[in-house]
Structures are given as structure tokens and as C-alpha cells.
Write a protein that binds this ligand. Structure first.
Ligand SMILES: [Zn+2]
Length: 115
């Protein structure tokens, strides 16, 4: 399994704004990973966590922002194209029919059951 991983720095160069895209070569899922901001003290973060658990609304939520750099657009575009291609191939495989008119994916599962 060859996992495709790309890191993208923020326009402001703050390392904590770096995001990571991970492409799963098996199903084409594209994961976006970000670091949660930790600029508040630990006891305030615990208090925020409790509010989150009990669904207490927090103004502006717990978001941070990453501004993508223009020079990275092509790399993101490439990852999206790969993800789209892998998923399209998976759909094609699952809908392809075996010789007896049964979808190949279903047919191969039936064959495994016979062994
Ligand atoms: Zn930034």
C-alpha cells in the first residue's frame, strides 16, 4: 500500500496552520488533517472541552484558518484528481458484471465463501 501524503503550509508560515492531505490508495478517500489550536491555557481548554461535550454554544467555535498558497494549488488539484480516479475505478469494478451476470465484486465474495 502506497499512501500519498502532501503537506501544505499556510500563507502566513505559521507551522501550526500546516495541513496534511492523505490519499488512501485503496478506496480513494482523501483525508484532511489539521492541528487543533492550543493558544489558550490548559484549564481554559478543559473548560472549552466540557462546553463541547454538553453542546454549549461557543461564539466563533473552535476553528482556525489556513490560507492556501497559490503555488500549492496544483498539488491539491493532483491529489483530488487521483482520489476521483481511484473512486471511479472502484465504482467501475463494483458494477462490472461477471460472465454469469452477477456483479464481479459480489461474485468474488461468493467464490470466497465456497472455499
Ligand atoms: Zn496561517
Amino acid at each position: 500500500m502506497n499512501i500519498d501524503t502532501e503537506y501544505f503550509s499556510c500563507e502566513c508560515n505559521n507551522f501550526s496552520h500546516t495541513i496534511r492531505f492523505v490519499l488512501d490508495p485503496d478506496d480513494g478517500d482523501l483525508h484532511l488533517e489539521v492541528q487543533l489550536h492550543m493558544w489558550r491555557s490548559w484549564h481554559k481548554r478543559v473548560w472549552d472541552a466540557l462546553k463541547y461535550v454538553f453542546k454549549y454554544p461557543v461564539p466563533y467555535g473552535h476553528y482556525d484558518t489556513t490560507i492556501l498558497r497559490r503555488e500549492d494549488y496544483g498539488r491539491i488539484r493532483d491529489m483530488l484528481k487521483k482520489s476521483e480516479l481511484i473512486q471511479a475505478l472502484a465504482v467501475e469494478r463494483s458494477t462490472a458484471l461477471s460472465g454469469d451476470g452477477v456483479p464481479l465484486e459480489y461474485s468474488s465474495r461468493q467464490d470466497k465463501g465456497k472455499q
